[in-house]
Design a protein around this ligand. Structure first.
Ligand code: OMP
Length: 281
């Protein structure tokens, strides 16, 4: 297996060339209906093909949400495989949003499923949950390093319920989310131009200046659009780390489909707003 260039380096280049926007491929049943499609495998396929066609040659990252494909069983997963391959072939990096997390021995199998170069669902990076203990992710970290892939580890999620776990204080006085960030900073130490082990940090969370967000890795920031955050919020939320933020928008773009031009225009508006917000820094 010949490894790819490390994910962090590939992502930095893609962000420099295309801007940092990540568009989600989230085929909600309600969006299929809004697009005039049936809530079935044919509708799913049409939806994901359209998003890939509209976006993969221009955005840095596409993030398919696996659940919306798994809903249709093996035929849905086949559609997901195709979307991943086509998006990567057209030049986008693919972050598989499957939020996997399990005891280490099982985590190794999840890692094989998404991070082994020969796996049908191989993706440039995978979202994972550290809430079985950060160390349980070790097999995924190791295989990602071997393959030139990356991880996005849930640290401070965009949903209001996340705080009950992530803000919990440990005996050393640090909270759980901050501990996840510290693990990632250690993982990325010395990597240039950017480490491959990113954190998920919601754009909805307000001022995060009490957190050490400078993990020398990417920060995937969902919550823009449908969840209420805007590109203009990014500098205030992320401070100096905003340069490493990969802002994700899913429904905020997807609701403009099925017209390819309208989807592209919507993504461009978000991309422009993100650029303006970063330039104002
Ligand atoms: O890991 C994620 O991508 C994620 C983490 C998080 O904290 N919050 C969050 O919304 N997400 C995902 O980001 C996407 C947000 O979608 P929209 O709210 O439609 O833009 C969904 O696919 C969520 O599953």
């Amino acid at each position: 297996m010949s490894p790819l260039e490390p994910f962090g380096a590939r992502l930095r280049r893609a962000m420099d060339e295309r801007g940092p926007l990540c568009v989600g491929i989230d085929p909600h049943a309600s969006l299929l209906t809004e697009w005039g499609l049936n809530d079935d495998v044919a509708g799913l396929e049409r939806f994901s093909r359209t998003v890939v066609e509209a976006m993969a040659d221009r955005v840095a990252v596409l993030k398919p949400q696996s659940a919306f494909f798994e809903r249709f069983g093996s035929r849905g997963v086949a559609v997901l495989e195709k979307a991943v391959a086509e998006a990567r072939a057209a030049g986008a990096l693919v972050v598989m949003d499957a939020k996997r997390g399990d005891i280490g021995s099982t985590m190794a199998a999840y890692a094989e499923s998404f991070l082994h170069k020969d796996a049908p669902l191989f993706s440039d990076a995978l979202t994972v949950s550290p809430y079985l203990g950060y160390g349980s992710l070790k097999p995924a970290v190791e295989l990602a390093r071997e393959s030139g892939a990356g991880l996005f580890v849930l640290a401070l999620t965009s949903n209001p319920e996340g705080g009950e776990v992530q803000h919990a204080l440990r005996s050393d006085g640090r909270n759980v989310g901050a501990t996840v960030l510290a693990h990632l900073a250690a993982e990325n130490a010395g990597e240039e131009p950017l480490g491959s082990f990113g954190a998920v940090v919601g754009a909805t969370l307000g001022d995060l200046s009490s957190y050490e967000l400078d993990i020398n890795g990417p920060l995937l920031a969902p919550g823009i659009g449908a969840q209420g955050a805007t590109p203009a919020d990014l500098p205030a939320v992320f401070g100096a780390a905003v340069r490493n933020v990969v802002p994700n928008v899913s429904r905020g773009v997807l609701r403009h489909g099925p017209d390819v031009v309208a989807l592209r225009d919507a993504a461009q508006r978000f991309a422009d707003e993100i650029r303006d917000a970063l330039d104002a820094e």
